[in-house]
Design a protein. Structure first.
Length: 260
């Protein structure tokens, strides 16, 4: 089998070919030369326009694609529906007992969310959390005895949080009972018997003080206290019972002490 070998044109061949083309060009009529020049210009202009359109088109399509993706929510949060609920509000701790009919309740929630407060599952108010998330209900009415307080938060998209942890507070404005059994009013003490024993009964969990000093209170509410009479004459005993809500009951007893 015989293979044809590709022969590279020689320099002499190329020069001869170029001369032939020039001779042919000079032999063309003037009208054909003008038409050829115009055709070359059109081809060059078209090629340049295609290059420009190609690069501009690629960039334009890229930008349009990105913009469309944004509109559809693929590359950003624009026009994307918020379906995530805010976290439950946090309620700041309160004393377990109070003797006030209204109390201030505060806490934190997602900034800008609407906070709804409930007392014993009954809605009692709404407010909006500030930029820092803080919210306040300045005067929340309480029911007698135990109050269970909760809250929820709703964001601008309408998503509602779970309920907060339960905050308990007991409203009690009744003063505690206080009975003083000993000593009796104007009871007399004399000689070395200068120990004045105070005893009586109150309610469970109550603090009893005699002249500002705390007495011993047992689980059943009975209390005892011993004080020394240091001067002759009248000795005043100020007995105060204070419950966990801050309610007080006071009694004053006067006894007489003589050193002889």
């Amino acid at each position: 089998m015989t293979f044809l070998k590709k022969v590279k044109p020689t320099k002499r061949y190329l020069i001869t070919k170029q001369r032939a083309l020039k001779k042919h060009w000079r032999g063309l009529p003037k009208e054909e030369k003008t038409e050829l020049r115009r055709l070359v210009k059109i081809l060059a202009t078209s090629l340049l326009a295609l290059v420009v359109v190609y690069y501009i088109g690629i960039n334009l399509l890229t930008n349009v694609g990105s913009f469309w993706a944004v509109l559809r929510g693929r590359s950003g949060e624009f026009f994307q529906k918020d379906t995530i609920a805010p976290p439950p509000p946090y309620l700041s701790p309160l004393p377990l007992y109070t003797n006030k009919e209204k109390t201030k309740i505060g806490g934190y929630a997602e900034a800008g969310s609407e906070v709804t407060l409930f007392v014993n599952d009954v809605e009692t108010g709404k407010t909006v959390a500030e930029k820092g998330g803080q919210f306040t209900f300045p005067a929340v009415p309480l029911k007698e005895e135990e109050n269970q307080i909760t809250a929820i938060a709703k964001d601008g998209a309408g998503n509602v949080s779970l309920k907060s942890s339960v905050l308990k507070i007991i409203f009690d404005d009744t003063p505690p009972k206080l009975t003083v059994n000993k000593p009796k009013e104007e009871q007399q003490f004399s000689g070395e018997n200068n120990k004045i024993r105070v005893s009586g009964k109150t309610e469970t969990g109550v603090i009893v003080k005699v002249n500002g000093l705390q007495a011993t209170v047992l689980a059943d509410g009975s209390f005892t206290f011993v004080m020394l009479a240091t001067q002759e004459g009248e000795v005043k005993l100020d007995i105060t019972a204070t419950d966990r809500a801050g309610n007080e009951t006071k009694k004053e007893i006067t006894v007489i002490y003589s050193a002889q």
